[in-house]
Design a protein around this ligand. Sequence first.
Ligand code: COA
Ligand code: NAP
Length: 274
Amino acid sequence: MSQVQDRLFAGKVALVTGGGTGIGKGIAKELAARGAHVIIASRSLENLTPAVAEVTAQGGSIEAHIMDVRNTDQIEALLKTVKQTRRGIDFLVNNAAGNFLVPTRKLSYNGWKTVIDIVLNGTFYCTKVFGEDMIERGEGGKIINIVATYAWHGSPGVVHSAAAKAGVVALTRSLAVEWAPYDLQINAIAPGPIEGTGGQERLFPDEVVEAVRQSIPAKRLGQTSEVGKAAAFLLSPDASFITGEVLTMDGGAWLGKGMLERFAEMPTFRKGTP
Ligand code: COA
Ligand code: NAP
């Protein structure tokens, strides 16, 4: 994180689920750098404590709480705790997720249910608890859901996650309309492969990550800070008329999957003489 840069989000409180690691940490750092008080929440203090130290060392304001997004009692308890010292949450980033690569024939009922519970149900529970509080307070609010491009093109090996993310896109668009009258904006970000995250390091061996890198038109993976900056934009007043949108940031990866994808890489094409 750069040192606290500007005070665009001074006085704002942001909750980032799964904010101790990977993309969530990238978002937490960027919001703290812009003056927000950031709350990160997940199942394990081991994941949260180092992020708190990192943000604090750079001058940011941050606190961590244990919360499993599948547990509505814990979510409601966090809201109560927050309201003891602050008005509530202004920005909610539903980033927490669980995923594993598995051929669908080997995916157990409980494996399917676990990922749907974290990604789809967890996003809904947090959105309902914190979103309703935003509505009751009457000061507006912003929600960002972190999805993935396979929400619309699907993917082998992650049928549970793809189905859950597709549900989150539908949730995003539905509530963008239903809650617009309360001045809530609800958007999603669909990152492509992002370096230094559980989504890459836990899921894929190095050679797969390299193959993924080569398949991206931009020929690189994304950075967590890039996702953080995109989230900061969507949460900023500059984006106040944007709602129900999915911002894809994947270096052209999914668009590059068209029929002529390989053609674009051929030397004749690059020289401009196809
Ligand atoms: N392949 C096949 N099935 C798997 C699996 C794998 N790699 N990992 C877990 N499962 C199955 C388990 O076998 C279990 O099903 P079963 O009861 O039929 O055996 C089910 O999934 C739940 O597993 P469990 O370990 O009890 O779940 P959990 O709630 O403790 O953890 C996970 C959730 C499985 C999603 C775990 O990977 C996790 O905590 N992930 C968080 C981080 C992450 O996924 N980051 C990437 C984000 S993109
Ligand atoms: P990550 O580093 O593994 O982070 C996932 C976070 O979610 C962890 O901090 C984890 O913390 C938390 N979490 C998991 N289950 C939880 C639960 N039940 N309750 C509360 N918190 C929980 O993964 P990542 O790659 O940064 O992924 C972040 C988001 O980006 C996810 O939504 C993912 O689907 C999406 N995404 C990632 C990529 C990528 O390339 N990395 C690409 C597209 C989309 P605890 O273990 O402490 O709970």
